[in-house]
Design a protein around this ligand. Structure first.
Ligand SMILES: Nc1ncnc2c1ncn2[C@@H]1O[C@H](COP(=O)(O)OP(=O)(O)O)[C@@H](O)[C@H]1O
Ligand SMILES: O=P(O)(O)O[C@H]1O[C@H](CO)[C@@H](O[C@H]2O[C@H](CO)[C@@H](O)[C@H](O)[C@H]2O)[C@H](O)[C@H]1O
Length: 560
């Protein structure tokens, strides 16, 4: 890691005269951190747009907004908070610690010395400074605007139990711990009660997670974490930009993705323990549109076990979420709107762009794919016109549907298992899309398709894990494993969908006509699977087979 050289004091790099030094080292430092979402692009420059001091104790931290430019495409703004330590980094004694650390050499200070600038989320003093700003609805002046905290629960919604966000008045402050599972953003758990989430990439305007969190908290929706506060960057005559939120920490036993993988593994173990190798045709999962599970063979019920009930509960919770979002109709950004021909045309254009990009990527990478998926890859690569025809069909038929605010990035990893129930988190939408796109209203089927695709991923990801786990012999997957995988996912999907459709029945969120439901579901499932194809090609080529199968299986539904 390159060293920063400063003349007198480490904070010189945040002054207008000293920023060039920080801007020099950032292009090589950024690609190594988890939340930096542009690792595949070449960074041309990183410019400090804002460096806002946060005083705490006898020291300062700085919240910087960095505009990153690339050799191609649009620039992005990232959020980087900094603290300084002359010696030890927080967390280093437990083998943890900040992933962004820049060594600093202080050349002409009273005594030449050195130290480190590091990600200030690891500095409890800084975290409390943020929480105090939010708690007090305070404001700090910045170069081009201001940073302001606010607490929605003061104005509306549920009153908080057990003190404020920062509990500043109570004297003793609980511990802060940075979440190990850093993803697109970074979160700190405060005293096991609250969670501060700092967004790493800034867009123009409010983050949907804050917008949806406010609405669900006001209506006391019980299956998502309560929003406790937020911090925004304001500029004259511009929409405030969300920097961070505070939400209630949900005590949980892991996410529904892990839980479902465990259930699928048990299913495969039961199949193996009974010596079942071939999966009889009548065990194959039904079409996701035949949501009567009366035909589910008893043996399949036994093999899948209690997960069928879990899928049903998840369907019911998803329906409750959509009903709540549709009911927030007094808010113009949430009021349901009918899908017009213009809407379907806009959707088609976006689906066509997505498909062209994903299939071009597939063709370009086909020689590098695992041998086992090459045949399916070649088949899908030739299906562009068939896929586009499916999307075009929806545009031309112009089906009636209500558009509402949705989760937008709904999959099993966005659901926490909490004491036998499910809590839905991360309402940010797909991070790769613009904030305006993520705030667009869609038919609720967008989220349903996301979850159904996730239920299809589970048994295949499980098989992949069982193949690669050391000592896998005990739970060796059965011969006919792909058919068993489809059996698990088909019946779990049926249970999920049945509960979902009955949960939204009175809200008009699901098409009454079976043919229309089928047309829309196929198109939504297909779009999600095409998105996943591009995602896997870019991130996990070993899993490309799962969305490839998803695309082929979905197209097959159109022939039934
Ligand atoms: N309110 C919460 N309570 C408990 N854990 C949470 C909460 N929100 C998120 N998490 C945990 O943090 C992880 C990352 O959160 P998420 O909101 O998905 O972040 P990102 O936007 O970075 O993807 C989740 O997978 C979950 O384990
Ligand atoms: O990081 P995000 O939660 O925003 O979502 C991205 O990564 C997900 C993987 O972590 C990816 O989801 C895909 O894989 C999941 C299993 O790992 C599976 O449950 C989902 O159904 C599947 O889409 C998601 O697509 C991507 O946007």
């Amino acid at each position: 890691m390159e060293r920063l050289r400063v003349q007198e004091h480490w904070s010189d790099v945040f002054g207008l005269g000293g920023r060039a030094e920080l801007e020099r080292v950032l292009p090589s430092a950024l690609p190594s951190v988890r939340w930096f979402a542009d690792k595949a692009r070449e960074v041309r420059s990183a410019t400090v747009q804002e460096a806002v001091p946060f005083a705490h104790g006898t020291t300062l931290s700085y919240l910087t907004l960095i505009e990153v430019r690339f050799t191609d495409g649009d620039a992005k703004t990232y959020v980087l908070p900094w603290s300084f330590s002359p010696d030890r980094l927080p967390g280093s004694d437990q083998g943890k610690g900040p992933s962004l650390v820049v060594p600093v050499e202080i050349e002409d200070g009273p005594v030449p010395s050195s130290g480190f600038l590091y990600d200030a989320l690891w500095d409890e003093g800084f975290v409390w400074a943020l929480l105090d700003l939010i708690e007090s609805s305070g404001r700090i002046a910045a170069h081009g605007g201001w940073i302001a905290g606010s607490r929605p629960d003061r104005m509306e919604g549920r009153a908080e139990r057990g003190g404020g966000i920062g509990a500043a008045s109570s004297g003793k402050r609980p511990n802060c711990s940075v979440m190990a599972a850093e993803q697109s953003n970074s979160s700190v758990v405060v005293g096991g009660q609250r969670m501060l989430k700092l967004y790493r990439q800034l867009g123009e305007g409010i983050n949907p997670e804050l917008e949806i969190g406010r609405v669900l908290t006001t209506m006391r929706f019980p299956h998502s974490p309560a929003l406790l506060g937020s911090m925004e960057y304001g500029r004259p005559d511009r929409e405030p930009v969300t920097l961070a939120i505070v939400q209630r920490f949900v005590r949980n036993q892991g996410d529904a993705w892990r839980f479902s993988l465990g259930a699928a593994q048990e299913f495969f173990s039961r199949v193996a323990a009974r010596g079942l190798s071939r999966c009889p045709a009548q065990f194959a999962g039904p079409s996701p549109l035949d949501w009567s599970d009366e035909d589910c063979p008893d043996l399949v019920r036994e093999l899948i076990g209690s997960y069928l009930g879990s899928a049903e509960r998840l369907g019911a919770r998803t329906a409750e979420l959509h009903v709540a979002l549709a009911q927030a109709s007094a808010n113009v950004n949430f009021a349901p709107e009918p899908a017009t021909h213009e809407y379907w045309t806009m959707r088609y254009e976006s689906q066509a762009r997505l498909t062209e990009r994903a299939l071009a990527l597939l063709r370009a990478q086909s020689h590098r794919l695992p041998a086992a998926v090459r045949e399916e890859a070649a088949c899908v690569a030739n299906l562009e016109s068939v896929i586009l025809a499916q999307f075009r069909d929806v545009m031309e038929r112009d089906p009636a549907a209500w558009r509402i605010r949705c989760h937008g990035d709904y999959h099993l990893g966005q659901v926490l298992c909490s004491d036998g129930d499910f809590i839905i988190i991360d309402f940010e939408g797909e991070p790769a899309r613009s904030l305006a796109e993520r705030r667009t209203k869609h038919p609720a089927m967008v989220d349903v398709a996301g979850l159904l695709r996730s239920l299809h991923y589970v048994p295949f990801a499980c098989l992949d894990r069982m193949r690669t786990l050391p000592g896998a012999s005990e739970s060796d997957p059965p011969e006919d494993r792909e058919a068993w995988a489809e059996c698990w996912s088909g019946w779990a999907s049926t249970r999920f969908l049945k509960a979902y459709v009955s949960g939204v029945a009175r809200q008009d969120l699901w098409p009454a006509e079976q043919e229309e439901a089928k047309l829309l579901l196929v198109s939504h499932l297909l779009e999600k699977a095409v998105y996943e194809l591009a995602y896997e090609l870019n991130n996990r080529p070993g899993w490309v087979g799962i969305p490839l199968k998803g695309i082929l299986k979905t197209l097959e539904l159109t022939r039934r």
